[in-house]
Every structure is written in C-alpha cells, then in structure tokens.
Design a protein around this ligand. Sequence first.
Ligand code: KDG
Ligand code: MG
Length: 403
Amino acid sequence: MKIERAYTIVTSPGRNFVTLKIVTDQGVYGIGDATLNGREMAVVAYLEEHVIPMLIGRDPHRIEDIWHYLYRGAYWRRGPVTMSAIAAVDIALWDIKAKLAGMPLYQLLGGKSRERVMVYGHATGRDIEACLDEVARHVDEGYKAVRVQAGVPGIASIYGVAKKEGERYEPADSDLPAEHVWSTSKYLNHVPKLFAAVRERFGDDLHVLHDVHHRLTPIEAARLGKEVEPYNLFWLEDCVPAENQEAFGLIRQHTTTPLAVGEVFNSLFDAKTLIENQWIDYIRATLTHAGGITHVRRIADLAGLYHVRTGFHGPTDLSPVCLGAAIHFDTWVPNFGIQEYMPHTSATDDVFPHDYRFEDGHFIVGENPGHGVDIDEDLAKQYPYKRASLPVNRLEDGTLWHW
Ligand SMILES: O=C(O)C(=O)C[C@H](O)[C@H](O)CO
Ligand SMILES: [Mg+2]
C-alpha cells in the first residue's frame, strides 16, 4: 500500500482550522489536525512545501519510520510549526491504520482503560457573580469539573473572559494582535476571593481549575498556590512561562496546589525536567502540537513513571480532529487525569462530523474504525480563511508582558 495523495484544507467555520488529508492508493484515507492558532499558514506552508512531497509513495503503515524521517530527517528539530505538521501526518496515519484494521483507534493503542473520560468546561464572567452563574450552568449541564476565570476589577480585558456577556470566548479576535494591559497585583488580590466564593456556593465536591496563562513570576505563583490551598483546586495551570523548567522547583517548595503545564510544549524535552523532578502533576501537551500520537504516547509513558497524569489541552482552536483522536488516547492512557473541553461552534461540528459524544460531564469514545472524525470538504469551502491573531499583554507602564 502507498500514499497516493496528501493535501491541506484550511477552513474557518467560526475560527481557522488546518486539516491534512492523506489518501492511499487503495482509497482509504486519514485526516489529521495541523491547527496552530494565529500561525496557521506557517504550518500549511511547511506541510505543502516540505512534508507532503516526501510522503508520496511511502507505505502508510510505517508510522514510526515516517515520524522519525520527518523529525530527524529535517535536521532542524522541534518547534511548534514542525511538530504540528508532523502531528497532522501522524494522526492521519493512525486514522488510516485503524480504519484498515476495522477498529476504533483506542483498540490499537492497547484498548480501554476506562469507560468514559472526565472533562472540564470553562466558566467565565465579567465579575464574580456572573462567573458563578456560569459555573452553575455547567453543573446543571452535568460537568463534574469546571475551569473558573473571572474579570478582575481594574483590568479591562483578561484571558478567559468573553468581551460581552453571553458571547463565546475566542482570544484570536483581530487581524493584528489586540493590546491588553496586565496588572499582577490586581489579579493576585482578586483570585483567592473568586475561589472562596466558588466553594461557598458550590461546596467541596465540584472539581475547580484555574488558568494563570503564564503571567506570574515563580515567587508570585508560589504565593497564589498557597493562598488558594484552602479551596482545593484540581489544578493551577501555566502559573509561569515554562521555558525555565527549574522555576517549578521553586513553586513546588511552597505549595501543595496541584500544578498543570504544557499546552505550548511541542516535545518530550520541554517536559522532561519537570516530570523527572515531580514538579508538576498534570502534563497538557496534546496531540496536534506535540508530534501526534506517536510522540505524546512517549511523554505520557515518562509522566506515568513519576505520578504525573495527562490533562490535554482542548480549546476551540484545536479542531474536532484533535479532540476526537485525544478522546481515543484518553480512553486508553493508563495515567489519564482529565480532558479540557470547550465546545466548538455548530458550524465547526457540521464541517467535522464525529462520533464522540458528551454525556454527564464525560466524553464517550466512538466505535467507528479510525479516530471517528471526518471532514466535509464542500462545506469547508464555504468558510474561507481569515487571519486572526492572539492578543499581546503590556504591563501598566507599557512593558511587553506574557499573554
Ligand atoms: O485552553 C487553554 O487552557 C488555553 O490556555 C487556550 C489558549 O489560550 C489557546 O489555545 C491559545 O491559542
Ligand atoms: Mg491554558
């Protein structure tokens, strides 16, 4: 069997997605997600100029060899563009292999470790009261775990909070980056009050999470971790930028609040020190940005040795293809923790028909051969690409900060 054709499909049913379709000479095809939010066309160019020409004529069964060919063979290793492109190929090839085997993907990984996978949803509100109402809506919809992000008095625009009440939160909302103003002190004073209010209204059973989105220094993160300890968070996410993995050693010395990190990681080497030192509790690197199933499986296996569990990134900027494949992975992986879930628009769900389903705060994996997600190419054409950038943050004095 040979790979006969491969091509990218860029579509924007509410937001941009990049999909790779690989077609074999026997007509069986697989699809992979290659979406890198705000940098979509860089991955398209990498795939079209450099990867697709190398795939034609190869045996699609040789997933491992193709992975190393694209990784080692490029000489230039790692990085989000390269690893998203490799991931798209990898996810599409696993899709093909599972379709040829006539099995859902989780069976090829080793079968089910659980019947369903717990997800967390996103509650957001302009202030604490509006945010708590959103938490209540999630609880009513069956969620067992909710990420809680509220507006902070004195900060006009903040990560995780929709611009207008009732609107979906979509950070890549302008052609060129919007500029936000960030105040660490206002934020740090506010967050413990938010979680005190959450526990007061919802009691102890609900799992609650929070995303700092890389904005603190290690000692500030240590302070926040300590101050929210009484509210028993499921995790505190991305409390500092993680290029300096040792920073987490400092935070860990000060707090028992569980730490999650890794949505911007693209390889095992971004996480190795963090995992081996047991400085984190959850690893968030997911399939599309970290080299696909073949590579994330290695990250998860290393993590498992050190009691670190998976908590895959799952915002709307990852397509249903990534989410579908991730649910297969979650269903198999022994050290599963939780799966992030931000529902896609109905237009996105129509472009990407899928067989996973949400029920009672969990995803149930589909039983169709492959990863269970397809793309309606005619419908995809109705939603042309529109450049959209993530915002940038500046401190109140104008210094460029982490967004
Ligand atoms: O889902 C999360 O936890 C995020 O932090 C989402 C990111 O802001 C988003 O993926 C950026 O593209
Ligand atoms: Mg995050």
